[in-house]
Design a protein around this ligand. Structure first.
Ligand code: PBG
Length: 335
């Protein structure tokens, strides 16, 4: 016996074509931003064990890779350095060396492929012996806010000078966006975009990233065993929305929220409350969960990753920083 239903939702799900016509969200290659790990050397391509498919690369290899990404439709990359241990110290001196690995990498990319948007991380963790995002007090008990901000301002100016299109402070110190913005304006870098890691949670999902830049082990050697005194408690929604509003009032152009999959409610809420664009960062642990599951036959990498990226966009993100960008761009182009 047929039911007489006033409304049948399945009508709009009945074929590929009709589903396409009523689809509310889209995902394109140019929605995706590829993070890249740079390491010193020539022709180096070093696999990161906890992130299958992702490598640390020397600048020459990155240039070839970035050209390939560009051909697949990727229009932005985010650079993170793996700094040789001998160059790490307690004051992040190498971060302010004009010829360091990051500045050389940015210059080379902008030189070879000026249209590629280069996003530079503003943070000291790759350069500090303990792997914290800021300078640590002498007794090792505190990450110093204001002293760190002074160093971040200097780092920002050098990144802007090297040609970075976007500065992304990921340190979570108070007041850094305002200070960076003020100094960029004073020094004439009016067009330099600030994408603030506005809501960055103290997350376990950053583990593989810390392997990639070799900053993990060293945190355990200080009195502060985690980043909870500056990154946001993942239990807190209002605090994270306030953090986003503060970044905007300090002069941020774009808000970065991370991790992504565990912050869909935050992305959704911020996109309703704040008018600035939002970039969600699907972090290393999120990538590796899907990648390693797929390598073990638990799921199909492409369709599962595609779904996760779609859902991140559905929550309100304009673009997504994801380690899968290059791979997924190829997949999306072939759909
Ligand atoms: C630190 C920084 C981190 C990430 C980006 N910048 C890790 C941390 O806070 O320790 C994590 C990104 C990822 O996990 O992919 N400045």
């Amino acid at each position: 016996m047929n039911l007489i239903l006033n409304k049948r939702q399945r009508r709009l799900r009945s074929s590929d074509s009709i589903r396409t016509l009523v689809r509310e969200t889209s995902l394109k290659a140019n929605d995706l931003i590829q993070p890249i790990f740079v390491i010193e050397g020539i022709d180096v391509c070093e696999p990161i064990v906890s992130m299958p498919g992702i490598n640390r690369m020397s600048i020459d290899r990155i240039i070839t890779y970035v050209k390939y990404l560009h051909d697949t439709g990727i229009i932005a990359v985010a650079i993170f350095p793996n700094i040789d241990h001998s160059l790490k110290d307690e004051s992040a001196e190498y971060a302010l060396n004009k010829d360091n690995l990051v500045y050389r990498c940015i210059k080379k990319i902008k030189n070879c492929l000026p249209e590629m948007i280069v996003i530079a991380d503003v943070a000291l963790d790759p350069f500090l012996i303990h792997g914290h995002d800021g300078l640590v007090s002498k007794d090792g008990s505190e990450v110093l806010n204001d002293a760190t901000v002074h160093a971040l301002v200097k780092q920002s100016l050098l990144l802007a000078e090297a040609g970075a299109d976007v500065l992304a402070p990921s340190d979570m110190m108070d007041g850094r966006v305002a200070e960076i913005r003020k100094n960029l304006e004073q020094e004439g870098f009016h067009d330099c975009i600030i994408a603030s890691y506005a809501a960055k949670f103290a997350s376990n999902f950053y583990g593989p990233f810390r392997d990639a830049i070799d900053s993990k082990f060293h945190i355990n050697k200080t009195k502060l065993k985690d980043k909870k005194t500056y990154q946001i408690d993942y239990a807190n929604k209002k605090e994270s929305i306030l953090a986003c509003k503060m970044s905007v009032s300090e002069g941020a152009d774009v808000l970065i929220i991370k991790p992504a999959i565990t912050s869909l409610d935050i992305i959704s809420e911020v996109s309703k409350n704040v008018l600035n664009p939002i970039w969600a960062y699907q972090v290393s642990g999120e990538y590796s969960m899907i990648k390693i599951s797929s390598l073990n036959g638990v799921c199909d990498f492409y369709s599962t990753m595609y779904e996760s990226l779609f859902c991140i966009k559905r929550s309100g993100a304009n673009s997504i920083i994801t380690y899968s960008a290059g791979e997924m761009a190829k997949y999306i182009n072939n759909l």
